[in-house]
Design a protein around this ligand. Sequence first.
Ligand SMILES: *[C@@H]1O[C@H](CO)[C@@H](O)[C@H](O)[C@H]1NC(C)=O
Ligand SMILES: *[C@@H]1O[C@H](CO)[C@@H](O)[C@H](O)[C@H]1NC(C)=O
Ligand SMILES: *[C@@H]1O[C@H](CO)[C@@H](O)[C@H](O)[C@H]1NC(C)=O
Length: 477
Amino acid sequence: MEKNTATTIVTANIASIVSGTVALLLASTLIQGVAGTIGVNYGTVANNLPPPSQVARFLLESTIIDRVRLFDSDPQTLQAFAHTGIAITVTIPNDQIPLLTNLTFAQQWLNTTINPHIPSTNVARILVGNEVLATANKLLISSLVPAMQTLYKALVSESLNHQISVSTPHSLGILAASTPPSAGKFRQGYDTHILKPLLSFLRSTNSPFMINPYPFFGCSAETLNYALFRPNPGVFDEMSKRTYTNMLDGQLDAVFSAMKLLGFDDVEIVIAETGWPSVGDLGQVGVDAESAAEFNGKLMQHVMSGVGTPLMPNKTFETYIFALFNEDLKPGPTCERHFGLFEPDMKPVYNIGILKHTAESTFPSYPTPVSTPPAAPAMSPLPAGGGAKGKQWCLPKPEADDDALQRNIDYVCGLDSEYCGAIQEGGVCFNPNTVRAHASYAMNSYYQAMGRNGYDCNFAETGIITNVNPSYGRCKY
Ligand SMILES: *[C@@H]1O[C@H](CO)[C@@H](O)[C@H](O)[C@H]1NC(C)=O
Ligand SMILES: *[C@@H]1O[C@H](CO)[C@@H](O)[C@H](O)[C@H]1NC(C)=O
Ligand SMILES: *[C@@H]1O[C@H](CO)[C@@H](O)[C@H](O)[C@H]1NC(C)=O
């Protein structure tokens, strides 16, 4: 399946918060425990999704999701996540893998696809293809590791290799054996020819091995409780003498055992995708919103708890839930179109504690997007004088022109050069070197210094107050 993933849903009491139409009960206590580690797959096989700018803003303002994996490297989407701080993983499609073995091509790809968006967009990882071994395409498979190595070289040539890592996600189809977990091993042929060099590359570049484990696809009516983290008798592994209480641990440990067999048990494992659908076909057992909330909620709790797995104790796992949205154009059975945490109008399908507590009062109700998505305003006006709680910032209005913004820069920087140090050449906010970006910084410096009165952000009606922190990289507003 084309997948998407999300990470982190933690819920204290799933049963009490799951209901057909979702009350916004928000578990602020949970947020603290999981801060910094919630990933979601932002798939877009749909014709009714909101524009990326709205999605980025929604994730930033209303959820605790702070990692997003894209299935492409769409420029509009990368632009939308600028100044959000959300860690973005982009994916290079499988068909480009052979081309990427050409260093010039890889450099040009970086130059045109990634460079225009950094550092304002926090691009943290590039995935070379998705489930490439499952394609059974010899050219793609044999090009995979060389493509990753070449892309890495291109990153090194731009000094981006410490900031952006390179990996590729796999389905569990790479395993020849997975039960018991301690007997996990990779398929013969792939093990030494592809996975060993791949793991060696990942180790030397300090990048994770990424997998897409789906207990949903591995379970039957008999193993439903085991798959859903519900009470169950457990599964005893005779070889390791460990007892497994949930299927995900078994899948992770099978992968770990296979890696260990090749001598790579030190490479981190990242869950690039996992999830559970909320709607299925008639008669499908365990496919409903309650089960989906239970799986995703307990998943997040489990991967973040630090308990780890029987063979990998005391570990947390970076995890990306599949998926952010229900995607109406996905082919296959009904459940494929219902893996989303959210409907396209951003209403939660069920609640697992990923909404910010402040979202209760400010939860957006976006209009159903039409075929030409409206340009989302970069920020919304707030009443002056602290009508909203929390810190606020002053930025240029989207419609303000560069001449007016330059006047604002000249005014503020003329008052006190301290306001503008960071936007001088060599300063941490110099890039992007545009009038708008520099005006943002200068106008906000003034607004903060003057005490954040509404009128301090007026600037002849070219300023607007926002509660979205515009800081990016080392540039702190
Ligand atoms: C490598 O890529 C560049 C840029 O796309 C292209 O001009 C060149 O012909 C490629 N080289 C080979 C050997 O394919
Ligand atoms: C990268 O892009 C810049 C301009 O955007 C161009 O001058 C430079 O030649 C490009 N480098 C490569 C390797 O494509
Ligand atoms: C895991 O943590 C527990 C409790 O803190 C500790 O007793 C145990 O030694 C740890 N195990 C490993 C392998 O670090």
